[in-house]
Ligand binder design. Sequence first.
Ligand SMILES: [Zn+2]
Length: 171
Amino acid sequence: MEANEKKQLEEMAQSGKKTIVLMSYNPIDGFIPGVHGDGRIVVYCWDRRLCSEACRDAARSITDAFYRDFNLRKDGQLFEHIFVYAGKNAIDEAIQAARMIGHDWKDGSDSGKRVTLVACDCEIEMKRRIAHESYTINMILCECGGKATMGRIAQQVIEGRNPKEISDYAR
Ligand SMILES: [Zn+2]
């Protein structure tokens, strides 16, 4: 992410408007692969990979990119909610990213479940259990690949819908 994009986030947070992050190792409707920040949302998405090894690489690399851009212990106050797609191909990496973000995200408040796994049906029981047991992670369902749902979430956030509402819906 460009330095001026991060500066925009910091200025927004100072005026009380926080940012929503979407992360997916798959494509997201409405976004070309890469990192996009416009203040209200920041999107990390990658090309569709055909094998699970490539998906795992992509999932690790988006988590790395996010952690290069932000230090959640210091930058935590910039964010309101983070959505992480968890499919089948890189399920362990996606869940690990969600856990790490939930753990590292410090901003002086105890805001509960503000990391949402956007989860397809594959291995759904495991995803449900993780969301159920976690203090920081909840879960909503999506189609395999998550492309349309992640795109819809981004659109709703841009239109001003509260991300907590989105993540409480269809749980
Ligand atoms: Zn699936």
